[in-house]
Design a protein around this ligand. Structure first.
Ligand SMILES: Cc1ncc(COP(=O)(O)O)c(C=O)c1O
Length: 444
C-alpha cells in the first residue's frame, strides 16, 4: 500500500545532504547508516550541537545560538544546581522504587502540593509516553471501558497504545478502533463560553459515535496547551464544558502536561489550572528533570486505587534516585529564580513584539500563547490561508541568524517559540530583531 509522506514540520530532507559541508554531510550519512531511517533532523542545514549553557547552545565550531525552542532544559541548559544534584546523587546511590527511601517521598509530597488538592498519588515513569500509556491502562481498568477521545492533531507519545491516539503522526499510524479525534477548540468563536460549548459539542458527538459502535468512553486525553493543534491556551476556561460532558459519560479527564507543565504557561505550574479544572489523571514529563528521563502520572486516589491494588507496577528506571534528585533541583530553581513569573513577563513581551511586527508584515497572522509557549501563524496575505512553506523559510532564516525555533500546528504553518524558562527580556529582543530581519528577507 502506498504510504503518505511524512508531515513533520521543519524536517531535514536527506536527499539534500550533498549540499552540506563535508563534516556535517559525513555525520548525516553516518546517522542514516547506523540509526536507520526513523529519526529526523531539524533545519535545511542541520546543527551539530556540542554544548549548552542557560539559553544558549554551541556548535562544533564554537558558534553560539539562542535557544528559543527547547522546553526540556526548562531551567536552562546545564544549570549548575541540577548538574550538582545529579553528580552528588550519582556518586552516592542510584536505585529503584523497591527499596524504602526518603528523597522520593519528599519530592512526591512537594510535587503533589503544587497540584489541585484532589490529586494525591504519583507514579513515576521514564517518559511522557509511558505516563500516558499508564494513564490509559488506569482509565480503562477504572471505567471498564475502552474509548478514548483526543484532539484532531494531538500527539501523546510513542508506545503502541499512545501512538494509536496521536493523530499528528499522520496516516501511516492509524488511530485505534476505539479512538476518536475531535476538532480542537476554535478561539475565533469568541469568549470561553462560546469556544467551550462548541468544543464540548464535538466531544459529545464523539461519545455518541463510540456508543453507536458498542464502546464507552474511558478517557478524554488533552494536552493542556494544545501544542500540536496550533497552541491554543485562550480563552482561559474553555475546557471546562468538555470535561463535564466527559464525566457525565463516565469517562476520566486526563490532562497531558508534558508540554504545558512546570510553569511554562506563566500563570501556574500546570496548564489545566488555567481552565479552573481538577483532572482525574495528569501526565508530566519533558521538563521535569531538565533533561534526565523522568516523567509521572499524578492521580486522584479513587482513580488509581483499583488498578494499583490489582496490577503490579514496576518501572526499572522510573523514579530512580538520580532522576529524583534532578527533579527536586528543578523545582528549587523554578522557585528560587522566579521562573514562572519570568515566563509570564517575557512571554507577554515576545507576543507583543511579534504582533508589532505583524503590523508591517502581512504574512504574520494570529499570534497566540501563554507564558513562554508562543505560536505565530504564517498566512498567505491574499487569502489568509496557512503558509507552511513560508513558515519553513522563516524557521530556516532564523537558524541562519543563530536563533533556533521550529514550526508546528495542523498545517505546519505556526512558528513554535518555546525557549528555556530563564529566557530574558534581552533574549526576546534578540529573537525579535532576528525575526524582523528574516521577515524582510523573505518579503524580497
Ligand atoms: C503532549 C505530549 N505528550 C506526550 C509526549 C511524549 O513524551 P515522551 O517523548 O517523553 O515520551 C510528548 C512528546 O513530545 C508530548 O508533546
Amino acid at each position: 500500500m502506498p504510504r503518505a509522506p511524512d508531515r513533520m514540520a521543519n524536517r531535514f530532507d536527506p536527499a539534500t545532504a550533498d549540499r552540506l559541508q563535508p563534516r556535517l554531510r559525513g555525520l548525516v550519512e553516518r546517522r542514516a547508516a547506523v540509526l536507520g531511517p526513523g529519526y529526523r533532523l531539524f533545519y535545511e542545514r542541520p546543527v551539530e550541537i556540542v554544548r549548552g549553557a542557560g539559553v544558549h547552545l554551541y556548535d562544533a565550531d564554537g558558534v553560539e545560538y539562542l535557544d528559543a525552542y527547547n522546553n526540556v532544559p526548562c531551567v536552562g541548559h546545564a544549570h549548575p544546581r541540577v548538574v550538582d544534584a545529579i553528580a552528588r546523587q550519582a556518586a552516592t546511590l542510584n536505585t529503584h522504587t523497591r527499596y524504602a527511601a526518603e528523597p522520593i517521598l519528599d519530592y512526591a509530597e512537594r510535587l503533589l502540593a503544587t497540584h489541585a488538592p484532589e490529586l494525591r498519588n504519583v507514579t513515576f515513569t521514564c517518559t511522557g509516553s509511558e505516563a500516558n500509556d499508564l494513564a490509559l491502562r488506569v482509565a480503562r481498568f477504572q471505567t471498564g471501558a475502552d474509548g478514548v477521545i483526543v484532539t484532531a492533531n494531538a500527539y501523546h507519545g510513542v508506545t503502541a497504545a499512545v501512538a494509536e491516539m496521536s493523530p499528528s503522526l499522520g496516516p501511516n499510524v492509524p488511530l485505534g478502533t476505539h479512538v476518536r479525534a475531535v476538532a480542537p477548540p476554535d478561539p475565533s468563536l469568541g469568549d470561553a463560553a462560546a469556544v467551550g460549548a462548541a468544543f464540548a459539542a464535538g466531544v459529545a458527538q464523539a461519545i455518541a459515535d463510540l456508543e453507536r459502535h458498542g464502546a464507552r468512553l474511558a478517557a478524554f486525553v488533552v494536552d493542556s496547551i494544545f501544542s500540536t493543534d496550533g497552541i491554543l491556551p485562550d480563552p482561559a476556561g474553555f475546557l471546562a464544558p468538555a470535561v463535564d460532558v466527559v464525566r457525565a459519560a463516565g469517562g476520566l479527564y486526563v490532562a497531558d502536561e508534558v508540554q504545558s507543565g512546570f510553569g511554562r504557561t506563566g500563570d501556574a505550574l500546570w496548564g489545566y489550572l488555567r481552565h479552573g479544572l481538577s483532572p482525574d489523571l495528569v501526565t508530566l514529563g519533558k521538563p521535569m528533570a531538565n533533561g534526565l528521563p523522568v516523567a509521572a502520572l499524578v492521580a486522584r486516589p479513587e482513580a488509581i486505587e483499583a488498578f494499583g491494588t490489582s496490577v503490579r507496577y514496576f518501572n526499572t528506571f522510573g523514579g530512580n534516585a538520580v532522576s529524583i534528585a534532578a527533579a527536586a533541583a528543578v523545582l528549587d530553581v523554578i522557585e528560587d529564580e522566579g521562573l514562572v513569573a519570568n515566563a509570564r513577563v517575557v512571554g507577554r513581551a515576545l507576543r507583543d513584539g511579534i504582533r508589532m511586527l505583524a503590523a508591517d508584515h502581512a504574512v504574520l497572522g494570529d499570534v497566540r500563547g501563554a507564558g513562554l509557549y508562543v505560536g505565530a501563524d504564517l498566512v498567505d496575505p491574499a487569502t489568509g490561508a496557512p503558509a507552511p512553506a513560508l513558515a519553513t523559510r522563516i524557521v530556516n532564516g532564523l537558524r541562519e541568524r543563530r536563533v533556533l525555533i521550529s514550526a508546528s500546528g495542523p498545517h505546519a504553518a505556526t512558528l513554535k517559540i518555546r525557549p528555556p524558562l530563564p529566557f530574558a527580556a534581552a533574549d526576546a529582543g534578540r529573537f525579535l530583531d532576528a525575526l524582523a530581519d528574516t521577515l524582510t528577507e523573505v518579503a524580497q
